[in-house]
Design a binder for this molecule. Structure first.
Ligand code: CA
Length: 234
């Protein structure tokens, strides 16, 4: 497997250098950007496998970078680094299309584990799409795993990588109820580090895009107290 290329967007040079050192020790290739503008330009110009994005940045904050980057690169994994123990930061980041977040102060070990989990998804996806026909049709939705495309009534729906993965995962086993913990483990790829609310936020965003009425979902349905499932529509 070729070496993975990670963009570190962090304005505090000592922190950025520690990240660079540790990521390179793990075998990743890295590139550093020290403000939001530089980060966005680099992320657009080069082919990164993952972007590590600090929220508090000069020139352009991480949320703005996230928003603009998502508009042009829908599927690149973006791991948001929030400085405060602020729920709003995390939720806003996920709403804007971050794949995951980590709160400062974090341990390097935890960060590496998150990065690996987010990169692992990319590898297993390639395997799945080679192995199956890759098209799921349910009601008015068509999910094409090979092309990462979802259409409803033939119209394309813009999903982030994580929204797509969650939908695809649920749709492969219609009617099966998955707990939020199980989804976190199997879709996000880690067991103990994540927050189950990440799943709720992603489900909410997904519903806003695929459902006619997101408060009365027809596809991704809540089983109260148990989790979520993809409804089999006849
Ligand atoms: Ca910062």
């Amino acid at each position: 497997m070729s070496e993975k290329y990670i963009l570190i967007v962090e304005d505090e040079k000592p922190i950025s250098d520690i990240l660079k050192f540790n990521l390179e020790k793990e075998g990743y290739k890295t590139r550093q950007a020290f403000d939001g503008e530089e980060g966005l330009n680099l992320a657009k110009a080069e082919d990164f496998d993952l972007v590590l994005l600090d929220v508090m940045l000069p020139k352009m904050d991480g949320f703005q970078v996230l928003r603009e980057l998502r508009a042009v690169k829908k599927s690149i994994p973006i791991l948001l680094v929030t400085a405060r123990e602020d729920e709003i930061d995390k939720v806003l980041g996920l709403e804007l299309g971050a794949d995951d977040y980590i709160t400062k102060p974090y341990s390097v070990r935890e960060l590496i584990a998150r990065i690996k989990a987010n990169l692992r998804r990319t590898v297993s996806e390639a395997f799945i799409s080679n192995d199956e026909t890759g098209i799921i049709k349910m009601g008015r939705l068509v999910i094409n795993s090979e092309r990462y495309e979802v259409t409803k009534d033939g119209n394309p729906i813009d999903l982030t990588r994580r929204e797509f993965e969650l939908l695809e995962f649920l749709a492969k086993k219609p009617e099966k109820i998955f707990s939020r913990e199980a989804l976190l483990e199997q879709v996000w790829g880690y067991e103990y580090l994540g927050d189950v609310r990440t799943v709720d936020v992603t489900v909410r965003r997904l519903r806003e895009k695929i459902e006619d009425n997101s408060s009365e979902p027809e596809y991704v349905v809540t089983k109260r107290g148990l989790g979520y499932y993809f409804k089999s529509i006849k």
